[in-house]
Design a protein around this ligand. Structure first.
Ligand code: KG4
Ligand code: ZN
Length: 348
């Protein structure tokens, strides 16, 4: 029998119902039920639809996770759950389920921060996190640059988006180009056939005063507008839109800024390890350019595999297990779901 804690993690902050089980830093199972198809026709996640889908998926997903991992619920040593940030109603479903399990099983509960969990998940793939690690988190809901001296207790925000999240920009531009929701994977695919220097789209907050004031922050809303305008002008002139070139040039503008600022932050803070997480970390061009720039700067790059970058239960279980292993006190049983939980609050 292993001494490492068996931890079940629940994630419901957005549209995936995730239940993961880990033994210490070993992944046993990562069960996901996604309601993304139910949102596609609205072009974005509808909170009420997501909450209802979590309610329906929760018990079957817990059962599937236990079955596939070959563990019984009674064997679980601790329950971890995303307490925030995220959609309020969606978070509530996960938090309520986790409390019910903790009470029913007589086990401790750890309410964890979703962003810290995106960082902690990489121990499942690449082993212990260097301390400190620089983390670039990019998804449909968040884009932040974090200095992480200790993922269980010390997470410091260096910068964040001042308008749209990176994934949100991918989704909106995909819509302009007539590609399905969520748009990121489609832009990634279409861009492979395009020329990334065909159109010189703006790089937000990278020059002059902006750079001084927003050194490690991001802005994608101006870029999104520039792409829309460029497409509209072509259409108004009766010309066809070179979708692959627009996709490739837009994608280049996003990943250029993300990687440039992330590597600059590593240099500035004297950090040798950069981790990229969140759904946009699945982007092939982001991975390639990040690798190139990290190699040049002497920074080691860690990117979890795409399935662990998008929202999932394993990341919550991984952070929960880190709390248990480090002897951290569990959360109170009345822990709240906090839709605007600050990234500096690692545990609820
Ligand atoms: O982390 P995630 O699953 O959920 C949120 O917390 O938002 O991220 C979803 C986001 C969507 O905006 C989606 O378009 C984007 O990640 N995404 C991508 C790629 N795969 C997913 N963006 C760019 N390239 C990709 N390959
Ligand atoms: Zn996320």
């Amino acid at each position: 029998m292993s001494d490492e804690p068996l931890v079940l993690g629940i994630e419901t902050s957005c549209d995936e119902t995730g239940v993961g089980i880990v033994r210490g830093s070993t992944l046993l199972v990562d069960a996901i039920a996604s309601s993304v198809d139910e949102h596609a026709r609205f072009g974005g996640v509808v909170p009420e639809v997501a909450s209802r889908a979590h309610l329906e998926a929760m018990v079957p997903t817990i059962e599937r996770a236990c079955r596939d991992a070959g563990v019984r619920l009674e064997d679980v040593d601790a329950v971890a759950v995303t307490a925030g940030p995220g959609l309020a109603g969606a978070l509530l479903v996960g938090v309520a389920a986790a409390k019910a399990l903790a009470v029913g099983l007589g086990r401790p509960i750890y309410g964890v921060n979703h962003l810290a969990a995106h960082v902690a998940v990489d121990v499942l793939e690449h082993g212990p996190l260097p301390e400190p690690t620089m983390a670039l988190l990019v998804s449909g809901g968040h884009s932040s640059l974090l200095l992480v001296p200790d993922v269980t207790g010390d997470v410091r925000p260096l910068g964040a988006t001042i308008d749209d999240a990176a994934g949100e920009a991918f989704d909106k531009v995909a819509r302009v180009l007539g590609l399905p929701f969520p748009g990121g994977p489609h832009i990634d695919r279409v861009a492979r056939e395009g020329n990334r220097v065909a159109i010189d789209f703006p790089r937000g907050l990278t020059t002059g005063r902006d750079l001084e004031r927003y050194r490690f922050d991001f802005s994608f809303s101006g870029l999104k507008t520039a792409v829309s305008r460029w497409v509209q002008l072509r259409q108004a002139a009766g010309e066809s839109v070179p979708v692959a070139d627009v996709a490739a040039s837009f994608q280049e503008a996003v990943v250029d800024v993300l990687t440039r600022k992330a590597v600059a932050a590593c240099r500035d803070q004297g950090v040798d390890d950069l981790l990229i997480g969140g759904g946009v970390a699945a982007n092939s061009r982001l991975r390639a350019l990040a690798q190139e720039r990290c190699d040049r700067a002497g920074v080691r790059l860690r990117v979890p595999r795409p399935g662990l970058c998008t929202d999932n239960g394993a990341m919550v279980a991984a952070l929960g297990a880190a709390f248990v292993t480090r002897g951290r006190e569990p959360s109170e049983l009345d822990l709240p779901a906090d839709s605007s939980m600050l990234v500096t609050t690692v545990q609820a």
